[in-house]
Write a protein that binds this ligand. Structure first.
Ligand SMILES: [Mg+2]
Length: 252
């Protein structure tokens, strides 16, 4: 961290910002849907999915905000429901809202089972982006780091520890329906006595950034994560700067 950044406090999303977790999330999402529906087989690799299904699932990944959304991806694919953008995806979630708790529980059951039975494979399905361990170390050392994610914190700790990053639980904030990313960052502003411009919040999901933007913190869309052209256009329209991975490593 260079001197000019000394006052910066980094609030970072996890999936698609620190870790390229799409393979793990799609494997677990598929397995949770197989458990729910009795249709399709459980898998250990995304390569076990048909090419067409994998392509569609990869694209739908751009619209998720929480673990259970991965199960909705497979629900839509098996029902052959076409979801072309975030609006379609959110409408599909709303129309099937009664499944949310079931999907959430099954998703975490499958994740836990994979972690216990296939630990090495599970960790390999969650590769960290290069350069991230050093960056986290620099900000954590100064106590200017928060990881803000809907992923249950114990899994974040597993992945970071596997990559040699000693994790203080105080860095990790679990966002959920009753405590949003916006709530977390608003609390951080107060607790750490930070000016809004001192917090840099980086996420790959435009809707998370739009929810946090009114707090006045610096918001950036992670272009290396999971977002499509339409979402990046929305970001540009809403004056959300788009950060490349190279810029991220250079500027922070
Ligand atoms: Mg993300």
């Amino acid at each position: 961290m260079s001197n000019k950044n000394n006052r910066r406090f980094l609030a970072l999303d996890f999936d698609g910002v620190l870790v390229d977790s799409i393979q793990e999330c799609l494997v677990v999402g598929n397995n949770a849907y197989a458990a729910y529906s009795g249709k399709g087989a459980k898998i250990l690799s995304v390569d076990e999915l048909s090419h067409a299904m994998l392509q569609k699932a990869r694209h739908l990944r751009n619209y998720i905000r929480s673990g259970e959304d991965y199960v909705y991806i497979f629900h839509a694919l098996h029902k052959k429901i076409e979801l072309k953008d975030q609006i379609d995806f959110d409408a599909f979630l709303m129309a099937n809202t009664e499944l949310r708790t079931v999907f959430f529980n099954l998703f975490y059951l499958e994740r836990q089972s994979l972690l216990i039975r296939e630990r090495r494979l599970w960790l390999n399905l969650n590769p960290i982006y290069p350069g991230i361990p050093m960056l986290l170390y620099a900000y954590a050392k100064q106590d200017r780091l928060a990881i803000v994610s809907t992923k249950k914190s114990s899994y974040i700790i597993e992945i970071l520890q596997h990559n040699g990053i000693e994790v203080a639980p105080k860095w990790i904030f679990h966002a959920h329906e009753e405590y949003s990313k916006r709530d977390i960052i608003s609390d951080l502003l107060q607790q750490k006595k930070l000016a809004p411009c001192e917090i840099h919040f980086i996420d790959d999901q435009v809707s998370n950034l739009l929810a946090v933007q009114p707090l006045g913190v610096e918001c950036f869309l992670a272009a290396w994560g999971y977002n499509d052209d339409k979402q990046r256009q929305t970001a540009a329209r809403q004056k959300l700067p788009i950060l490349t991975f190279q810029e991220f490593l250079q500027n922070y």
